[in-house]
Design a protein around this ligand. Structure first.
Ligand code: T46
Length: 372
């Protein structure tokens, strides 16, 4: 509610007005249906007092049961449920009040039944139509909400701008209390991020430098309900500087480390390492369909030759504990040991599954073309 007010008070209020219009229309139609016409005394006797009562009840139910909460972000099923709850609660409350104040003795109960029946139908169709119109006409084309890590945030914003889009907000997987990047608001709470996406009419959510599995389920389902797509603006690989602490006295050696979501933008499901190697060993010759990996060589020197299927190959040399190579899926790799005894360590996002490997180069080229 706080965010709804902050990011789109008017749109929230528009639903309250819509609800009251539905109620007014239902009341008028029910009265008209019953009497066939409006006469002055009937309007005063039946319509106005009950309308004032139903109006007050409507506002009361909306506020106490929060039946308009997340109104733009809820699925059709949830919308239906909230509308039914709203109308039934209002009906029960009105019936009870009429009984309690003994007004119901003169009042025509048929009008009340029809009022709430019409109200339910109008409310459901009105909400769905109004949401559709808001989504169709208010969505800002090219307005992107970025989901990334602290490490890649600025780079991701730059990438999106290069494509001619505008970043309206950022959600960081691991946020060290950042509130803004330049003038772009930063969120770490998914609920707040969703409220922003909703009320700022964001066109789509882009993920940069993180594995799809890191997109929280809540964000995914929220975007789904809003009809906002999630897509990735990704790189194939990235060289990372790994934090290394070197003691001034060389006899203490060096300590390097990696930290969960801060440094590794995927869930770590497997760790493996290749040891006891000879110089000029060649391994690899495959790509992955799903696996994201972080490679590093804490001892020795290893060349990683990368091929994205375009015909041009890139070589990254891992030659010390402070250098890591983040590999996204869909990249053909070959590893060449430049020094005997060099150790290759790998953190992987997937459990070992041979079906997820592409080991034939022609299949890889076809795969790249199909998944461009
Ligand atoms: C990669 C590069 C950098 C397992 O049973 N479990 C495992 O976790 C792994 C990694 C391998 N294996 C078996 C599968 C093969 O029978 O070990 C054997 C050798 O594997 P492979 O020929 O794939 O090894 P490399 O050095 O060519 O590739 C490895 C990884 O498999 C691969 O994911 O990216 O290192």
């Amino acid at each position: 509610m706080k965010n709804q007010i902050k990011y789109g008070k008017l749109r929230y209020v528009s639903f309250i007005i819509l609800d009251l219009l539905c109620l007014l229309l239902s009341n008028l139609s029910a009265t008209f249906l019953y009497y066939g016409q409006y006469t002055f005394d009937k309007i005063f006797a039946d319509f106005i007092p009950v309308f004032i009562l139903t109006f007050a009840i409507d506002v009361f139910v909306s506020l106490t049961l929060n039946t308009l909460g997340n109104v733009l972000r809820r699925s059709k099923k949830k919308e239906l449920k909230e509308c039914v709850t709203h109308v039934s609660a209002s009906f029960v409350l009105l019936a009870w009040l009429l009984f309690a104040i003994r007004y119901g003795i003169d009042y025509n109960s048929g009008i009340i039944y029809f009022t709430y029946l019409f109200d339910l139908m109008l409310l459901i169709s009105g909400h769905l139509l109004w949401k559709y119109l808001l989504k169709s006409f208010c969505r800002k084309k090219g307005s992107v909400f970025l989901m990334t890590t602290n490490r890649f945030a600025e780079e991701g914003i730059e990438e999106i701008r290069k494509k001619g889009d505008e970043v309206s907000g950022v959600c960081l997987l691991e946020n060290d209390n950042k509130k803004q990047i330049g003038d772009i608001p930063v969120f770490s709470d998914i609920k707040e991020a969703l409220a922003f996406i909703c009320w700022q009419n964001v066109d789509r959510v882009c993920i940069y430098g993180i594995d799809h599995q890191m997109v929280p389920d809540r964000l995914r389902s929220g975007c789904n309900a809003l009809g906002v797509g999630i897509e990735s603006v990704d790189f194939d690989y990235k060289i990372l500087e790994l934090k290394t602490i070197v003691n001034s006295d060389p006899k203490y050696g060096a300590l390097s480390f990696l930290e969960g979501e801060r440094d590794i933008p995927f869930p770590i499901r497997r760790v493996y390492w290749i040891t006891e190697t000879e110089a000029d060993l060649h391994r690899g010759f495959h790509a992955h369909k799903l696996n994201c990996q972080l490679l590093f060589c804490p001892y020795g020197k290893i060349d990683i030759i990368l091929d994205d299927g375009s015909g041009e190959k890139q070589t990254v040399t891992l030659d010390g504990p402070g250098k890591g190579l983040l590999l996204m899926p869909g990249l053909w790799r070959e590893m060449v040991w430049r020094e005997s005894g060099s150790v290759l360590c790998v953190l992987a996002s997937e459990y070992y599954d041979e079906k997820e490997y592409i080991r034939n180069y022609d299949d890889f080229i076809t795969y790249r073309k199909e998944n461009q």
